[in-house]
Write a protein that binds this ligand. Structure first.
Ligand SMILES: NC(=O)c1ccc[n+]([C@@H]2O[C@H](COP(=O)([O-])OP(=O)(O)OC[C@H]3O[C@@H](n4cnc5c(N)ncnc54)[C@H](O)[C@@H]3O)[C@@H](O)[C@H]2O)c1
Length: 285
């Protein structure tokens, strides 16, 4: 249902690959709420993914760009302003990739060239985006910029690997740039820390199905899905949140504030039963 929350606003959505992508859902909701948008992803993702279908459906132009390339980003911003007919009101950075995770390098055996790529793609691209936008003065006053993060920035999660470092850096960039861009141009910058979600990037995380089940059982409201994440992004892009900036906003059904839930405790004790002998002695500690 539309509330016209983004009526007349212009946006750029980075990172829609296929129907499962969080950025895909955000793009759909943004247009439903009255915005006009451009879409961007890497040239290979544009060729191999389904972004053209989305673009057709939403009457949006696709501007291929590698988000680690300042030159490509300059083109995305200047073209978007031209196509949409004015300064940009909202931006979604929904980009993440770790070559170390892909190549199954563990955190104590990282390849450092790959680590640089992880950080460049998943975090520094956010700085590059903001710096390019500011130099071009491409974002309107009270514009809203969101990047998607994960709670592994604060706490250690098995298998999340060097993406945890990337997310910490991403959240730090939101604060550091948020201060400067807010002070000088009234632009707000936040990260949304989303529940584990079944997407192409999400399925790269080791033990993703167990992680999702655990998070779901730990969260009083259950995991937040991609559609719900899109709703939250829309609210953050809207004029209803004009004084929210430099925050990492948890959108996780309460997971990040929990220690132990009844449901998780129940599951845990069931597992212990499986590992105990008939007298209740634990077989595997
Ligand atoms: N899925 C989850 O469980 C989860 C949870 C919390 C946060 N997030 C974050 O949400 C964001 C979106 O991921 P998703 O889960 O929708 O998966 P996804 O795979 O659909 O999206 C990741 C996108 O990053 C793009 N990308 C990779 N390298 C790029 C580059 N060099 N330049 C431009 N784009 C590039 C990919 O083409 C893809 O579209 C990521 O930042 C991810 O870390 C995901």
């Amino acid at each position: 249902m539309s509330h016209n929350l983004l009526k007349g606003k212009r946006g750029i959505i980075f990172g829609a690959l296929n129907e499962m992508s969080i950025a895909w859902k955000v793009a759909e909701r943004a247009v439903e709420e009255g915005a006009t948008i451009t879409l961007s992803n890497t040239p290979i993702a544009v060729r191999m993914g389904q972004i053209d279908d989305l673009a057709q459906k939403l009457n949006a132009e696709v501007i291929p760009a590698d988000a680690t390339s300042v030159e490509d980003l300059e083109m995305v911003f200047s073209k978007s302003v031209e196509i949409l007919g004015g300064k940009i009101d909202f931006i979604l950075h929904s980009i993440g990739m770790s070559p170390n995770v892909r190549k199954k390098r563990t955190y104590d055996d990282l390849d450092y060239d790959m680590l640089e790529k992880t950080l460049d793609i998943s975090a520094i691209s956010f700085h590059k985006m903001l710096q390019v936008a500011k130099k071009q003065d491409a974002i309107a006053e009270y514009g809203s910029v969101i990047a998607l993060s994960y709670v592994a920035a604060q706490r250690t999660f098995f298998g999340y690997n060097d993406m945890a470092d990337a997310k910490s850096l991403l959240e730090s960039i939101a604060r550091s740039f948020g201060y400067i861009y807010g002070r000088e141009k009234g632009v707000r910058i936040n990260t949304i820390s989303q529940s584990p979600t079944l997407t192409t990037a999400g399925s790269g995380v080791k033990g993703m199905d167990h992680l999702m089940d655990f998070a779901n059982k730990m969260s009083p409201l259950g995991n937040a899905n991609a559609d719900e994440c899109a709703d939250y992004c829309i609210m953050m892009f809207s004029d209803l949140t004009r004084k929210v900036t430099m925050q990492n906003l948890f959108h996780d059904g309460g997971f990040s504030s929990m220690g132990m839930s009844l449901r998780a405790m129940h599951q845990y004790s069931k597992c212990l039963d499986d590992y105990a002998d008939k007298d209740g002695h634990i077989i595997y500690g």
